[in-house]
Design a protein around this ligand. Structure first.
Ligand code: ADP
Ligand code: 5GP
Length: 212
């Protein structure tokens, strides 16, 4: 059985949970995923390159793109805009690819409205202390931004039940494997295989009649 329709996959999680690290490994280890690159108005971190981690836009350019309908969704997170470029998502879904959006919860809910069959995954840290350790240990945000992001995590935690699955990012390799397994299993849900099911039904009808 070949499944030809791509799945729109949303990956969210608290800042520092390891989403970026997981997505990088997932696309390295498993072929075929199309990882969307978002646009943002936040400043690049050391080592980040325009067009790789994000498209870095100023506020005016971002708002112009909003006005043009250039985003499938966008949201404000801790004082900056983040948005998913429409072209990339639509093109790759049309080609039957699995498209991954690594986005926060407000954006995830907007995607769910527009694409009710999207698969929503939430990355959890093993515990809250470890989350703070990772966020601090990354060394990319000053203490006041870390505080804002931890406060935002408290709010985001209220929305976890909106997601289809949670995955705990304790052992990185294990978590990447689990993400891939969940996505693989999602391809086998009946509602994503209606054409195949109808074909089998029709074949069974023909065969059963012939055996009267
Ligand atoms: P996010 O994208 O969710 O904000 P990152 O991918 O930047 O998080 O990860 C935050 C920090 O935690 C990084 O320094 C990263 O190397 C580290 N990290 C990610 N996953 C793990 C893990 N499974 N175990 C230990 N450290 C991790
Ligand atoms: P960071 O600044 O750590 O890269 O990202 C901050 C938050 O913005 C993360 O939760 C990340 O998933 C989210 N994010 C990244 N891109 C997008 C996007 O295109 N749309 C939305 N809604 N959130 C995004």
């Amino acid at each position: 059985m070949k499944h030809n329709e791509g799945i729109l996959i949303v990956v969210s999680g608290f800042s520092g949970a390891g989403k970026g690290t997981l997505m990088k490994k997932l696309v390295q280890e498993y072929a075929g995923y199309a990882l969307s690159v978002s646009a943002t108005t936040r400043a690049p971190r050391p080592g980040e390159t325009d067009g790789v981690e994000y498209f870095f836009l100023n506020k005016d350019a971002f708002e112009e793109k909003i006005a043009e309908g250039g985003f499938v969704e966008y949201a404000c997170y801790c004082g900056n805009y983040y948005g998913t470029p429409r072209d990339y998502v639509e093109k790759h879904l049309m080609e039957g690819r699995d498209v991954i959006l690594e986005i926060e919860i407000q954006g995830a809910l907007k995607i769910k409205e527009q694409y009710p069959t999207a698969l929503l995954l939430f990355v959890m840290p093993p515990d809250a202390q470890e989350l703070k350790r990772r966020l601090t240990g990354r060394g990319t945000e000053p203490p006041e931004v870390i505080k804002k992001r931890m406060e935002r995590a408290v709010e985001e935690a209220e929305g976890v039940e909106e997601y289809d699955y949670i995955v705990v990012n304790d052992d990185l390799e294990q978590c990447v494997k689990q993400l891939h397994e969940i996505i693989t299993a999602a391809h086998n849900t009946p509602f994503r295989n209606e054409t195949f099911i109808e074909t089998i039904r029709a074949e069974l009808n023909v065969l059963a009649k012939g055996e009267k």
